[in-house]
Design a protein around this ligand. Sequence first.
Ligand code: RP5
Length: 166
Amino acid sequence: MTAAPTPTVGLIMGSDSDWPVMRLAAEAMAEFDVPHEVAVVSAHRTPHRMLSYAETAADRGLRVIIAGAGGAAHLPGMVASATTLPVIGVPVPLKYLDGMDSLLSIVQMPAGIPVATVSVGGARNAGLLAVRILAAFDDDLRKRVADFQKALETMVLEKDAALRAS
Ligand code: RP5
């Protein structure tokens, strides 16, 4: 039996209710066979767990953290303040305010503590950005990212051709 590979991306979210959005990040990373771990870590309800997660992440082998939260979405910024790893923030839209509250809570960070914020609900791009960060140090993964982009281009060109032929 072979051991499971050590996760290189930590995918965390403020609540299990964020999972329908955040699973898109997990799916994107799975497409590239990037090993990742998933956890619910709340800035407000489990602050000690959040600090412990952030402070131990690099030593546990993680290289990127994706953090999603909605509403008063302090998780990505607080995690970024307690780790040296790159943090990607995902604004999760809730029932009210169309996710603008989540977006502004995550994107408006003070200088010195960066969070790479994706669009509201943009968890797929968060997963793909994590793949790209890892690919910068991994030639095989970088080639697969290039193949992925080429496939996207081909798909658009084929749709264009089909549209103009109809
Ligand atoms: C945030 O509060 C979570 O990230 C979630 O988006 C939101 C609501 O959480 P629940 O009340 O659904 O657990 O911290």
